[in-house]
Design a protein around this ligand. Structure first.
Ligand SMILES: N[C@@H](CCC(=O)N[C@@H](CS)C(=O)NCC(=O)O)C(=O)O
Length: 225
């Protein structure tokens, strides 16, 4: 574990893919941190003491001494600059460009349709949103096919080293798999599962990330119950 003058603190919500990004980054960098798991059902993220850290009332938030940051990508960038090993945003200009391109492609083309599939399944809105979920699932498949081809035989999304792109995208694909496995999603026949048959390279990539030391500490606790 890297030694540091102050204690890192992370405020997070179980199952939040944005929170998961930061937990993964902390574990991959082997940083010691104090974990504050917020209970969303008790609206702990809307209490004054949390709003003082993030006026938007959203997790994750990182505290590092006097530095307080919210927004998952900003936190990851901060951690990378402050605690550089392993470097998650690339070592060369070209690598940095590739990592950001991949993150940007996720945000621009995959995040929207993926959330249109995942959120109504999680929030029991399948009956109301059936048609939109099906339409969005089609867009997700088109995009995932591109990602499946894009990763090729590389172990990680941007090549031979793990990067911020892996960390930023993984939690969302894991959420998609979990949503697709819900009983309420079955009648929709979305075609995501078994994920390893439809997207074997992406499934292998996810497995690789799940075997990293520290991964288990990042796994959403309420998903185990
Ligand atoms: N863009 C933000 C998104 C954070 C976010 O939306 N967090 C959700 C959990 S997934 C949250 O705290 N939601 C509670 C709410 O909005 O009330 C980031 O990247 O950190």
């Amino acid at each position: 574990m890297a030694t540091r003058p102050t204690e890192l603190e992370i405020f997070w919500i179980s199952g939040s893919p944005y929170s998961w990004r930061v937990l993964l980054a902390l574990e991959i960098k082997q940083l010691k941190y104090r974990s504050h798991l917020l209970e969303a059902s008790k609206e702990e993220h809307k209490k004054p003491e949390f709003l003082a850290l993030n006026p938007r009332g959203k997790a994750p938030v990182l505290k590092d001494g006097d530095t307080v940051l919210y927004e998952s990508l900003a936190i990851m960038a901060y951690l990378d600059r402050q605690y550089s090993q392993p470097q998650l945003f690339g070592q060369t200009a070209e690598e940095t460009g590739r990592v950001w391109r991949q993150i940007s492609e996720y945000s621009s083309y995959l995040d929207g349709p993926l959330n249109r599939v995942v959120l109504p399944i999680y929030f029991d809105k399948v009956a109301d949103k059936k048609e939109d979920i099906r339409a969005a699932a089609k867009s997700v498949h088109t995009e995932l096919a591109r990602w499946e081809e894009g990763i090729g035989d590389a172990p990680w999304l941007c090549g031979i080293s793990i990067s911020a792109a892996d960390v930023a995208v993984y939690p969302f694909l894991k959420s998609l798999c979990r949503a697709a496995s819900k009983e309420t999603a079955a009648p929709l026949q979305l075609g995501f599962l078994p994920f390893e048959s439809r997207y074997p390279r992406l499934a292998a990539w996810m497995g690789r990330l799940e075997r990293l030391p520290g991964y288990e500490r990042t796994y959403p606790p309420h998903w185990r119950t």
